[in-house]
Ligand binder design. Structure first.
Ligand code: ATP
Length: 337
């Protein structure tokens, strides 16, 4: 690397590029993750997340760029480096006939300094299913075991690939608790997810990739400041009642008489502007004895901001790269580590 390692960084990436044949997938990405940080890596299907992460994990080669993960280049890191990395993939293969406890104990045997498998079972909420054969575990319990497998080696850095895809809402919330537990253990986590609430809830920082380029990074609030994300005040307009002053900038949106007042950066507006307009609207309504049925104030969500940043979800056009399901498997397939 052109500059010395920064010991406080778990991941340092500069100018990373990768192509599959003629298909250029990563166009020189930069990424930094501090030790102890939880970073959510978001992007539309086919944006290049898995490719980038597999390069960081040492499972995929790169074309160019500088990569350091826990101070090592994953392309030629020693075996001991792999022990400091935990990987939870979307579909791992578990040994069906082993119990949950046996699976973890077997996995722990691959490491020099494993965590106590019983304590890990407890941590991932599987203590009650310790003697259950893995083929009999529910989908959610299998994912917990995956997480346990990734943690039993006591890694410093954990890659979580869409950890709650397919979970019911309560299982998702429970998994969030597990990921919070990783934070308490001081682990660094790089999390890919398509759930905006998950990113918002868990991540210290969000990095957005689209078409192989990092398009934004920061907290949800910092991302919102980078796009023209508008707040909306809305209410049901009653034509038989007096109309609010036109200079509030409101309009009637649809045939159902939904009145809206949009406020965004173009108005030079921050929170103060939203409050001020709302205050004027409410004062006017009270003074004139007009009610504002179904009054709502909607702040831009991370999803609104994300769609704006990724050009409305990166909908595929004819010239876009093929969907990931079209891809030939070329490099080594990774498994839970
Ligand atoms: P998703 O959210 O759908 O998992 P992703 O952001 O992880 O997507 P990648 O899996 O990195 O995206 O894929 C990026 C692009 O590279 C896609 O166009 C995909 O088809 C292509 N691709 C990925 N792996 C290979 C491969 N082994 N050989 C050829 N092309 C590939």
């Amino acid at each position: 690397m052109s500059t010395p390692n920064q010991p406080d960084l778990a991941i340092e990436v500069r100018g990373l590029t990768k192509s599959y044949g003629d298909l250029s997938v990563l166009h020189g990405i930069d990424l930094h993750v501090a030790k102890g940080e939880i970073v959510a890596f978001l992007g539309p299907n086919g944006a290049g997340k898995t490719t980038a992460i597999e390069i960081l994990e040492g499972y995929r080669s790169r074309d160019s760029g500088e990569v350091r993960v826990l101070g090592q280049d994953p392309a030629n890191a020693p075996l001991s480096w792999r022990e400091d990395i935990g990987i939870v993939v979307q579909e791992s293969e578990q040994t069906a006939e082993l119990t949950a406890a046996e699976s973890l104990a077997m996995h722990a045997g691959y490491y020099r300094n494993p965590r106590d498998p019983a304590a890990v079972l407890e941590l991932v909420g599987l203590a009650g299913s310790a003697d259950q054969r893995t083929r009999k575990l529910s989908g959610g319990q299998k994912r917990r075991l995956d997480l346990g497998m990734a943690l039993v080696g006591n890694p410093e850095l954990v890659f979580l690939d869409e950890p709650t895809t397919g979970f019911d809402p309560s299982a998702r919330r429970e998994s969030w608790g597990l990921i919070e537990a990783l934070r308490d253990l001081g682990k660094t986590v790089l999390l890919t997810t398509h759930y905006m609430d998950e990113a918002e809830q868990l991540a210290d920082r969000i990095v957005v990739i689209a078409n192989g380029r990092i398009v934004a990074g920061g907290t949800a609030a910092e991302l919102a400041a980078q796009v023209d994300a508008r707040s909306r005040v809305s209410w049901r307009h009653r034509p038989d009642q007096p109309a609010p002053p036109a200079d509030l900038g409101w309009s009637v949106l649809d045939a159902n008489e939904l009145a809206v007042l949009d406020i965004g950066p173009a108005d030079g507006a921050g929170d103060a502007e939203v409050l001020q307009r709302l205050h004027r609207l409410l004062a006017w309504a009270l003074d004139n004895g007009v009610d504002l049925p179904e009054l709502e104030v909607k702040r831009p969500t991370l999803e609104d901001v994300y769609l704006e940043l990724t050009d409305h979800g990166g909908v595929r056009g004819p010239g876009d790269p093929p969907a990931p399901s079209d891809r030939p498997a070329t490099d080594e397939k990774r498994t839970t580590a």
